[in-house]
Design a protein around this ligand. Structure first.
Ligand SMILES: *[C@@H]1O[C@H](CO)[C@@H](O)[C@H](O)[C@H]1NC(C)=O
Ligand SMILES: *[C@@H]1O[C@H](CO)[C@@H](O)[C@H](O)[C@H]1NC(C)=O
Length: 595
């Protein structure tokens, strides 16, 4: 708190001049010479039909990309038309009075439990949804200006869509989203909580309780921002939408699904300029601080593998029962993992470029390989090999498989007529559900033949129709919940106006709230989310979907946040910074014509 007030005082007379651009001298061959060499080599290769000349030599030269090319950084973007208002609010946010008000708003929201559960019945049939009525009442009483000024539509009873009409209908609206629900508190863990999970208790430093971080800080942060902007006479030029689902923690099947459909039917495809939902945040990687903006999400696919074979008495068993065959199939699946491949242009590749450009503790071999990977396949493979030594990194890049469920058999003296398992896949951002189907179908084809099984994969008969078989193997979508990888949000080139607006906003908030004077202290990088958020239901609404929580943890361990476990809490200062972020984003978007 004291930190932020002096911070802003420091910035009061406008922001310091942008840091001088750092034109690192380019090493290696000049680009023109490299292309010339490549062209000559290609010509010779064609002519002689032999291997490209000098290929080894050329590779080792590589083309070394500068850090401005690897991971471009935006200058801080500060509201100008709305500059006076922004400065006034920045001062206000640094006061103790505002802090107490903001903390009370968040604490009040935590005190209304809104737990969501897996496999709930539709709204109207499952009484557990009714917890959202008191939550809506709370919002109504806490944010009177929002409710007097914005138009509220309730979608599927509990989904909230607020519209704050701008004066210029030609500007595509901004869509800011969060979720009302929280993961359930395990009743057995109650005595482990320092402060009761629905207390919303403020201890002078942190607000405690389920949802204080995930994601009532996002929702109440947005409501607080809009309430405050209205009270300070801001009238938007660009329309602002707030959309709050109510079962994000249970895949958004009833909440965001209905909201996405409603927004699409009412406003059409690509009707929004950009969308910001919860997501990536602050982390230290190889000694460098990053603000990672999720520009993609992996896909999701649960494959059911089912084997049938003749039943009978277990005293005269065949060599292989359904269970034995299934076991061999699953061993085969684990023995043949998907080949992960780091591809240029993917968000994980961009992330590695940001590591190479700025992370001081990245091993220099890896850095050098990434710097050349843009123009050299050999360098790209070398970088990939080194980075894949970290299994978590590899898992984020490639399609993964995990055998997560299994069942079969009824009795010890009866041969099992069937056995099944479910393999959970998280699909690489540059792959698809179709590619995974094809891969799995091929992978098990040999064993299907070996065991003489009639083989059907994803509705297609693969073994010869009508041929006599010992049993069957069927692959199918386990619950019809397959999810393609999300469309990748542009973060470079001419389509990246929205990304740049967001990145410039992030830089400004770090300056103002954290006293960050060097704009390379926190690097903004594209990246991917390892899980999925409500945004999966919003794809058609805009090409610019960002999963980003402006949540600075500093050197505090994320474990201390208690997200999805006991002792969830948020530092008041961290929460104030989110409000600053939303305020700066709305004002920047309001006056930008680049989105
Ligand atoms: C803010 O940064 C300036 C420049 O680095 C420094 O002199 C000042 O003490 C900092 N203030 C706080 C509160 O950290
Ligand atoms: C497959 O199994 C069926 C039924 O037991 C049998 O008639 C057929 O000959 C077997 N085919 C092969 C190639 O083993």
């Amino acid at each position: 708190m004291s930190k932020s007030s002096s911070t802003y005082a420091h910035e009061k007379d406008g922001l310091p001049a942008p840091a001088p651009s750092r034109q690192a001298p380019r090493r290696g061959l000049s680009r023109g010479l490299a292309f010339l060499l490549a062209a000559v080599c290609a010509g010779i290769a064609l002519y002689t039909l032999g291997p490209p000349c000098l290929s080894k030599h050329f590779e080792s030269f590589g083309e070394v990309a500068r850090k401005e090319e690897l991971c471009p950084q935006e200058d801080p973007l500060v509201p100008s038309t709305n500059g006076e208002l922004w400065k006034g609010l920045s001062d206000k946010y640094s006061t103790n009075g505002f802090l107490l008000e903001a903390v009370e708003w968040l604490g009040g929201a935590v005190r209304v439990p809104t737990e969501s559960y897996d496999q709930m019945l539709p709204v109207g049939q499952d009484p557990r949804w009714e917890v959202f009525t008191p939550f809506h009442d709370y919002l109504l009483s806490a944010f009177p200006n929002v409710h007097a000024t914005l138009k509220l539509t309730k979608v599927n009873t509990y989904g909230l869509v607020y519209v704050w009409e701008g004066s210029d209908a030609s500007l595509k609206p901004l869509l800011l989203t969060a979720h009302q629900d929280v993961v359930p508190v395990n009743p057995e863990s109650l005595n482990e909580w320092t402060h009761p999970p629905f207390s919303g208790y403020y201890d002078g430093e942190r607000v405690w309780g389920r949802g204080s971080s995930d994601d009532k800080s996002g929702l109440i942060g947005l409501m607080t921002t809009v309430e405050t902007l209205i009270k300070n006479d801001f009238k938007p030029t660009r329309t602002v939408f707030l959309a709050f689902g109510f079962d994000e923690e249970a895949s958004g099947l009833h909440g965001a699904t209905a909201i996405g459909k409603y927004l699409l039917e009412t406003y059409g495809e690509n009707a929004f300029s950009l969308l910001v939902d919860e997501g990536g945040d602050y982390s230290i990687e190889y000694g460098q601080a990053y603000a990672t903006v999720g520009t993609a999400e992996k896909g999701y696919f649960d494959v059911r593998v089912e084997v049938t074979s003749p039943g009978g008495h277990s005293s005269v068993p065949p060599a292989h029962t359904s269970i034995g065959i299934l076991a061999q199939l699953l061993v085969h699946v684990e023995a043949h993992p998907y080949k992960a491949e780091l591809k240029r242009g993917t968000p994980m590749y961009q992330k590695t470029q940001c590591l190479a450009a700025y992370a001081g503790e990245l091993p220099s071999k890896v850095r050098k390989a990434i710097e050349r990977a843009g123009s050299s396949d050999k360098a790209l493979r070398a970088a990939e090999k080194a980075l894949f030594a970290d299994p978590r990194f590899k898992a984020l890049v490639g399609t993964t498989s995990a055998v997560d469920l299994i069942a079969g058999g009824v009795k010890t003296n009866a041969l099992p007529e069937s056995a099944w398992a479910v393999v959970n896949h998280r699909i690489a951002t540059d792959s698809s559900v179709g590619a995974v189907q094809e891969h799995d179908a091929d992978l098990l084809h040999g064993l299907a033949r070996h065991f003489n099984l009639s083989y059907t994969a994803f509705g297609e008969q693969i073994s010869e129709k009508g041929a006599p078989a010992y049993g069957s193997l069927t692959l199918s979508d386990a619950w019809g919940a397959a999810l393609e990888p999300a469309p990748i949000t542009p973060s470079a080139g001419e389509d990246a106006g929205a990304f740049r607006l967001l990145a410039g906003t992030i830089k400004t908030v770090y300056r103002v709230h954290r006293n960050v004077t060097d704009d390379e202290t926190v690097i903004v990088s594209p990246g991917i989310m390892s899980g999925n958020t409500d945004t999966r239901h919003y794809w058609p609404l805009t090409k610019n979907i960002f999963r980003y929580s402006h949540s600075w943890s500093g050197d505090r361990s994320w474990l201390s946040r208690g997200v999805h476990t006991v002792n969830e809490a948020i530092y008041a200062d961290q929460y104030l910074e989110m409000i600053r972020f939303f305020t700066t984003l709305i004002l920047n978007a309001d006056e930008s014509r680049a989105i």
